[in-house]
Design a protein around this ligand. Structure first.
Ligand SMILES: [Ca+2]
Ligand SMILES: [Ca+2]
Ligand SMILES: [Ca+2]
Ligand SMILES: [Ca+2]
Length: 431
């Protein structure tokens, strides 16, 4: 019996844009893989007819191509994810060594319906106990048939179909036969595969060319008859379609981007996939600018600010950089309509946000943005609604008859302040 382990190909079979419901697209069964999360949806082209021994056709089908490496017994247990007895999976096996356009008669099949046949559960498959090699449809059979004895290097097709119910399923192989080995991506020292470099190709777009073939020799190692291909999407990686023509110079499509690799055994068709990240680095980190404020010395709420007062704060000690200023974050990102360094605020007394952009003066592209505010502060005024000269009078009541007494000079502060905030009074004996 084969060892079962959690070889997960979930990502491979959850692709809606690629369906293995036709013989030519069959998933090639390799390695010691048991499959989980398999999905059968749709039939593609109807490739079965009722002439097969189990009298059914494709409803929601998945085709697997089985390449035997070492002959022996071959069985499996198919377990629907949902235990609902309505969920019914059927299967057929064609072969050995038939072509997709002339698969002939099934050598094994089961179209028993678990609910109609009163089965204990909705599992189905092939084992060493059952004597029959074909059963169904509907009430006929018990969902399990006799397993097969297969020979070295034979090829079979297994078609799994879900006529009723809705569920994914898992497949657990049994028996002594083995499948061809999966190629594998060697990484003996377990080096990190993600690539990082700065954007210095002349276009500041967080993208630059990566050589995603850099690990090819390490990945292949001593394996023979394997082909590495590089792809722009997960789907193409899975199907092997649209290999990149120039993977030595592949610009990342996003930042971070992904390199999609596929290693295929050119004799068996067994393949393995791998992805790693492509990152554009930016060492630019701006410091924190301060907010700028000026007093309204000319009474109109407008003042000219020297934005370059924040240059040093934004450069934060990095002298190989330049700072430019913008009225909006988008302008700063797009690097358009720079303002300053002398800039008059736009709306009197209103707080305005300015964006500083820091970037290298030479070398790698990259930038960082920081914002600060500018504001013109009105001069404080002495409120005196009645317009009377403020005056404090009191009698000399301190028991010393000298026409001198203690005055509280602060009594008018609330009136002088009015609605103004952050007001500080000081008192002086001369102008
Ligand atoms: Ca089909
Ligand atoms: Ca069935
Ligand atoms: Ca049976
Ligand atoms: Ca670029």
């Amino acid at each position: 019996m084969k060892t079962t382990y959690g070889f997960i190909l979930l990502f491979l079979f959850s692709l809606t844009s690629y369906s293995q419901s036709d013989c030519p697209d069959a998933i090639i069964v390799c390695g010691d893989a048991s499959y989980r999360g398999l999905n059968a949806t749709g039939i593609g082209v109807q490739e079965l007819d009722f002439s097969n021994p189990c009298h059914s056709v494709e409803h929601n089908s998945l085709w697997l191509k089985i390449l035997i490496k070492d002959g022996g017994t071959l069985g499996f247990v198919l377990t629907p994810d949902s235990p609902d007895m309505v969920v019914d999976f059927d299967f057929w096996i064609f072969g050995p060594d038939v072509a997709c356009d002339s698969i002939g008669q099934a050598v094994r099949c089961s179209t028993t319906n678990p609910l109609q046949s009163g089965g204990p559960n909705n599992l189905t498959g092939m084992n060493d106990i059952e004597p029959d090699i074909a059963e169904g449809p509907g009430t006929h059979g018990n969902s399990f048939i006799n397993w097969m004895t297969v020979q070295d290097d034979e090829t079979y097709y297994l078609i799994i179909d879900r006529p009723v119910g809705s569920s994914d399923f898992s497949l657990h192989w049994t028996g002594t036969a083995t499948f061809h080995d999966l190629p594998f991506f060697n990484n003996p020292d377990d080096i990190p595969l993600d690539m990082s470099q700065c954007d210095q190709d002349g276009v500041d777009d967080h993208s630059t060319a990566f050589d995603i073939t850099a690990y090819a020799n390490m990945f292949i190692g001593s394996q023979n008859d394997v082909l590495l291909t590089y792809h722009a999407s997960s789907n193409d990686m899975t199907t092997g379609d649209n290999p990149l023509s120039n993977p030595e110079s592949y610009p990342n499509a996003a930042n971070p981007g992904i390199a999609y690799l596929r290693m295929t055994n050119t004799i068996t068709g067994c393949f393995e996939t791998l992805t790693f990240g492509l990152n554009i680095t930016s060492d630019i980190v701006a410091g924190e600018p301060g907010n700028l404020a000026q007093c309204d010395t000319n009474g109109n709420g407008l003042q000219v600010f020297d934005l370059s007062q924040n240059d040093d704060e934004i450069k934060n000690g990095d002298n190989g950089t330049v700072v430019t200023y913008y009225r909006t974050q988008q302008n700063a990102i797009d690097k358009v309509e720079a303002i300053g360094p002398l800039y008059q605020n736009n709306v009197a007394y209103a707080e305005e946000t300015i964006w500083g952009r820091l970037e290298n003066s030479t070398g790698c592209f990259g930038h960082d943005l920081k914002s600060f505010t500018i504001k013109v502060i009105p001069l404080p005024t002495f409120n005196n609604q009645d317009g009377l000269l403020p005056r404090i009078t009191k009698c000399d009541d301190d028991l010393i008859d000298d026409n001198s007494a203690e005055f509280d000079l602060t009594v008018f502060e609330p009136m002088f302040t009015g609605s103004q905030t952050d007001i500080l009074f000081t008192y002086h004996t001369t102008d």
